[in-house]
Design a protein around this ligand. Structure first.
Ligand code: PXP
Length: 238
């Protein structure tokens, strides 16, 4: 059965917009687990634009499911991962100017460095995943680099419609089967929402879907009325 990893970076985005203490992603991880999340994903970016070091350390102590730490393959992040010992590390490309992770990791052109990096993490019993585009070449290199998992980038699928989306779905399906044949566990994510998730979830042997933006957006939609009602009640009960 396909499981759900909930990415809570956007909770931290709201907090960091005010540089205050709420909403606290650690508290919301608890609620995500209550709702059925099978793992909690956070991306600790080099520029710390949303998730902070403190969040990751606290999550390691408090979550009951699994912690998936998304990070760039840098020496700074390796040190943090060694201290935190997340269940999974997902290596992603990172650009300072991007709004979100735009493309997959180029496993091929960083091969020697990545192989060593992956080995370092695997020695600590951390499972390592590569966030890659659905391409046979990237899958083959991921296998060679020693990754346990891959996460297929579904951003293009999410952006396209009609025939284009159908073709991208086929690519994701074929990539999943190819990776499975090589013994890689396959996750997928990016841009998945309440309208487009079903077709991806119905692909055989997708292990986990990582979803953030649409879940947090939906939380506002289903929760705002209640939060306004509570504030109104405080004001009017004076
Ligand atoms: N997987 C990876 C590797 C990501 O970088 C992101 C975005 O942070 C996601 C999944 C979740 O994407 P979205 O927020 O669009 O659901």
């Amino acid at each position: 059965m396909t499981t759900l990893g909930v990415n809570i970076d956007h909770i931290a985005n709201v907090r960091e917009a005010r540089k205050t203490v709420e909403p606290d992603p650690v508290q919301f991880a608890f609620l995500a687990e209550l709702g059925g999340a099978d793992s909690i994903t956070v991306h600790l970016r080099e520029d710390r634009r949303h998730i902070q070091d403190r969040d990751v350390y606290l999550l390691r102590e408090t979550i009951k499911t699994k912690l998936n730490l998304e990070m760039a393959a840098t020496e700074e992040m390796l040190k943090i991962a060694k201290n935190i010992l997340p269940n999974y590390v997902t290596l992603v490309p990172e650009k300072r100017e991007e709004v979100t992770t735009e493309g997959g990791l180029d496993v091929k052109s960083n091969a020697r460095y990545l192989k060593n990096f992956v080995e370092n993490l695997r020695d600590l019993n951390i499972k390592v995943s590569a966030f890659i585009d659905p391409s046979v070449e990237q899958i083959n290199y991921s296998k060679e680099m020693g990754f346990d998992f891959i996460e297929l980038h579904t951003g293009k699928y999410a952006e396209l419609t009609g025939d284009g989306q159908y073709r991208e779905l086929q690519r994701i399906m074929e990539s999943t089967h190819k990776a499975n044949d090589l013994g890689l566990v396959v996750n997928a994510g990016h841009g998945l929402n309440y309208n487009n998730v079903k077709k991806i979830a119905s692909i055989n042997n997708i292990n986990e879907l990582n979803i953030g933006h649409s879940i947090v957006a939906r939380a506002l939609a289903v929760g705002l009325e209640k939060s306004v009602r509570e504030m109104k009640s405080l004001i009017t009960s004076n």
